[in-house]
Design a binder for this molecule. Structure first.
Ligand code: NZQ
Ligand code: ZN
Length: 388
């Protein structure tokens, strides 16, 4: 294992009924709460009423910050920070998925900062150091794992850059995770969110070191869990066992545990984020299009791990195949799974145009953790291969 320091500051309350049981206690110290949420799903599924009921019982002043869109923009962050400052709030309570949580993290920083948080943090990491406004989250969809890390992915729509930064002080103080809250998530979002989980694990698994390490073992179990439980949740959306496993898989993929001792790749995320900046496509859908093609480009440089992936994650027997054939069979199994669960397989389906591809490719970050470092030309080749 490589050397590491591990800490996770978020306290998790997991399970059916956890919001009712713990929310009033967790918000005890706050008087004015900025209630952050998305486009209104929480009003339709009853979560809003439940939360408001609890906060009103304890006489909180509630300032609503609604309409946070998928792929949250920097303009939306500024709107939230203005509200938080004007009302002098002392806590943010974010109810939603990655977009609401990430936007709220950025608001919690921006609300305590006089400078331009994009220029001074997202554009050049590492130069800020202060305590953000306390943030608690209520997770309503599994996928990003944002509830247990300091990462926040924001889109600067003017500059056409979508990028994430991880600032440990942005870990939420608490995360309430009731798997029954995810029952109402539309099937398409549930599936793309689950693919995002799988992607986070693969982006970590397919990186150095290759020698025996517990992180890789944990990741194989997690990948099998995502595949098995996603199939069950598609079959029965109210399968509590499946929903609770997916919810915790999502947290486990991004709470830093599996990254310990690993280099991490995340080149597909770099590419998807820029596709998102140009097309506003769904994050998990973009990842599904890119992964198999990207892996066919890099597998030779990480052959033993791709062989292990085929055998341990997809249960593919060697049956006379050599290492290369076995590695490719694992990537084919991944591509088959993407088709089976109905995710898109071309960039055209995501709304990208062929003319945009070069500009998008040139704007992508290059990962230092990949088995094979990309060039803008190879990224463009990958985009062209999965265009239609
Ligand atoms: O906006 P509302 O009306 O609430 O609807 C949302 C939204 O349309 C809906 N939804 C959420 N919970 C629901 C529900 N609908 C019905 N019932 C519920 N219980 O789901 C839709 C998508 O929500 P969103 O938050 O956008 O999805 P997700 O959790 O996939 O987040 C995506 C964002 O997170 C970023 C992505 O890039 C993207 O911007 N990521 C954040 C990461 C992090 N912070 O660690 C890591 C990831 O790799 C990722 O980049
Ligand atoms: Zn992701």
């Amino acid at each position: 294992m490589n050397n590491f320091i591990f800490q996770n500051a978020t306290k998790v309350y997991f399970g059916k009924g956890c919001v009712k049981e713990y929310l009033s206690c967790l918000t005890k110290s706050a008087n004015k709460i900025l209630l952050a949420y998305g486009g209104g799903s929480i009003k339709r599924n009853g979560i809003y009423d439940e939360v408001i009921g609890i906060l009103k019982e304890t006489n909180k002043t509630i300032i609503e910050f609604s309409g946070i869109m998928a792929n949250p923009t920097y303009a939306k962050v500024q709107e939230g920070a203005k509200l938080a400052k004007e009302n002098n709030v002392d806590m943010i309570l974010a109810i939603g998925g990655g977009s609401v949580m990430d936007c709220s993290k950025a608001v919690s920083l921006s609300a305590r900062y006089e400078g331009d948080i994009w220029d001074d943090f997202w554009a050049r990491p590492g130069i800020i150091d202060f305590e953000p406004l306390p943030l608690g989250v209520i997770v309503t969809v599994a996928g990003t794992g944002s509830e247990c890390n300091g990462g926040a992915v924001i889109t600067n729509e003017v500059k056409k850059i979508k990028t994430g930064r991880d600032y440990p002080k942005l870990n939420p103080c608490f995360a309430l995770m009731d798997p029954t809250y995810t029952y109402s998530v539309p099937a398409k979002q549930m599936i793309s969110g689950s693919f995002d989980i799988l992607s986070h694990i693969m982006e970590t698994y397919f990186s150095e070191p290759n020698e025996d390490n517990v992180s890789d073992d944990i990741m194989e179990a997690l990948m099998r869990s995502v595949i098995r439980n996603l199939r069950s949740a598609i079959h029965n959306p109210k399968d509590y066992t499946a929903r609770s496993n997916l919810m915790w898989d999502s947290t486990m993929a991004e709470n830093r545990i599996i990254k310990m001792g690993k280099k991490c790749d995340f080149e597909c995320h770099n590419m998807e984020h820029q596709l998102g900046a140009y097309t506003d496509c769904n994050h998990g859908c973009g990842l599904a299009v890119l992964h198999p093609v990207y892996y066919r480009h890099i597998y030779k440089a990480g052959l033993p791990k791709f062989v292990r992936f085929a055998e341990k994650v997809w249960d593919i027997a060697r049956e006379g195949r050599n290492d290369e054939e076995l590695a490719l069979a694992g990537i084919d199994a991944l591509a088959d799974f993407i088709r089976e669960i109905g995710l898109p397989t071309t960039l055209k389906e995501l709304g990208a145009t062929r003319e945009q591809l070069k500009e998008i490719a040139d704007s992508c970050g290059i990962s230092m953790g990949s088995y094979k470092q990309m060039t803008p030309q190879e990224i463009l080749d990958i985009f062209e291969e999965c265009y239609e």
